[in-house]
Design a protein around this ligand. Sequence first.
Ligand code: IVH
Length: 786
Amino acid sequence: MSDAAQRISALRNELDAHNYRYYVLDEPSIPDAEYDRLFRELQALEAAHPELVTPESSTQRVGGEALSAFGEVRHEVPMLSLGNAFDDNDLLDFDRRVREGLNLPGGDLFGGGAEVAYSCEPKLDGLAVSLRYENGQLVRGATRGDGSTGEDISSNVRTIRNVPLRLQGEGWPQVLEVRGEVYMPKAGFEALNARQAEGGGKTFANPRNAAAGSLRQLDPKITASRPLEFCCYGVGQVSGELPATQVGMLEQLKVWGIPISRELKLAKGVEACLEYYRDIGQRRMELPYDIDGVVFKVNTIEDQQQLGFRARTPHWAIAHKFPAQEELTELLAVEFQVGRTGAVTPVARLKPVKVAGVMVANASLHNMDEVARLGVMIGDTVIIRRAGDVIPQVMAVVPERRPADARPVHIPEQCPVCGSAVERTQLVKRSKGKASVSEGSVYRCVGRLSCQAQLKQAIIHFVSRRAMDIEGLGDKTIEQLVDEQLIASPADLYRLTFEQIIGLEGFAEVSSNKLLAAIEDSKRPTLARFIYALGIPDVGEETAKVLARSLASLARVRQALPEVLTYLPDIGLEVAHEIHSFFGDAHNQRVIEALLGESGLQLQEEGELSAEFSAIATLGGMLDKLNIPSVGPGAAQKLAERFVSLQGVLGGDWLDMRQALPEKQAKAVREFFDNPDNAQRARAIEEQLRDFGMHWESEKKVAEGLPLAGQTWVLTGTLELMSRDQAKAKLESLGAKVAGSVSAKTHCVVAGPGAGSKLAKASELGVRVLDEQAFIACLADYGVSL
Ligand code: IVH
């Protein structure tokens, strides 16, 4: 064997062994970065020696072209279904039938019957598939279909990361079909739906549908980008001997590298099965995947054979289902609630129905876009889902059951509480230097604090524990204060007198004094708490902390232009506009003045602009944020280096410009700044950054102190746990530059699913590649969290 062939084989073995430890044993043995290094070495060697590429190499998961249709696969051993037990009695009956079938002595009132050993497994909610291994190599994957004939989804199952392309160890039968469930873990499902929604694509109602939709893609590249997993629960055709029990067999398969459930257990007798059922039922919400019950199987294979089948279900196994989390009911009406920020949101009033053990009469409809997406009308039969402690949701409409007199849902023109106008929010997007306005999904009552609903919610939020933390001021008291017109803004809280408080329901002398003291004690909030307490739409505790930490004074936060706010980690243009317009509102200004004036609030922890902010706010970054057509971050950086100041760019002559950039981009820059609005906006941003104490000249110095100073990083593919902007901001906060293309100077490439040419280029050049997990770990090493 040549050196290359030997190394390739060693790398494949090592990678497969790591995969096995990671996916099957759940005991990762090396850091992701190290794995990536080995993987890239293999990729590079295979690229240099294409004749040595084999289908079971872990570099070959995604290959082949999109199909026009799936082929058919006949299952030699049919793929069966399961009977169901819906309560304990059904299960006791099953156990009795099993014992009768095996001629075991029955118990009497005092127990004493023979106990059957059962294999206990969670019932994963996905799709059944059959994977065929011949001589240890994965040769085919098929869906269940009608049980006798399924579809050939070989290219798709190969993309599922925890499906081994070849078996580990030795001694496997020449033909081994393993059967199990392909499913999508909850976290992956949420991330996929978020990605789909962002890209305007189709979202999925639940992880099961998402798994089905992903597996039935004709293009395996799409399947590869979906976070699917496989869990084995049985076998089909097998050419040799396997262990004599269900649990023993699954553990043997695990040794060969086939993933099985971590929840697999052996139970002696039906009581132990019931205990397993209750235990998993309690932990159901914490499991990383959806299950709809558990499956009990007679453990001894010989007993299974003796018990046999009836039509399509075995006598030796049963699914013990959990109470359904989804039910059908009728939508009686849609009412509108007004929240703290004035958002007018639709709430479904339902014909009461029991879902997972609890009566449900109301469900969330989120917003009018959701109403439109569902296509729901009053009178419709709808699917309601209640999972754990989550507020019940309307998942879908059953169109066949729509009555003739169904009525559409309309947003009211006037606020149902105060009668002010209800307006649709606008989203301002800037792209290629132009601002475009589109409709937001939220409708708002414009009454602000003159609307009692908003006022009450605003004050409840203002006094809450994580905001101003005024103890002893419950929701009911606040409602009373507002209803009796004792307060009309948060500032009025600080004017309340002992006489006014003692006059409220539930207050006596001691409690009134206590409340007055609590109000007094709240007068020295930190800047972050105060910003959070203001209740700016879309500004939660984290964003408030970012604003306080980076800008370090209320004055700066109040003045900050939207573009300047977008320099801060995790603040996008939309939120930036919310913040800017909140502080621009005259009523809000009056309340803030009153709080800082008459009410006597004194903010703590104000100070200098943070170094982190100064490091991010570079001239190159600012030019990039202007969104000049065809000018990306790289070109913006070149401009900044060439001209050093904005004035330089604005006054830059053509020759200079041409030296910094290719003609097309140089022209785009010139045209952009020829528009006086653009030039003025750029000047305003620069001026503000300078006001805040930023100096372009100092940018280098500050950046040099940061851990990734001088490094260039590239982001490619889809990131699932954060947006690209977030990833970029985090890298920049550590001093790295983020570039759009890979070169020999690139320090590191972060590649998500779907990465293409940039990833290939990186491996070609031997540039370090991190997947998202490794990237997050790397950020964590520098103390930057998600
Ligand atoms: S055994 C002969 N075990 O449930 C037994 N099925 O309702 C055949 N399922 O089609 C299935 N988890 O898709 C079995 N641990 C488990 C399972 C399981 C999920 C699914 C499978 C099957 C369906 C039957």
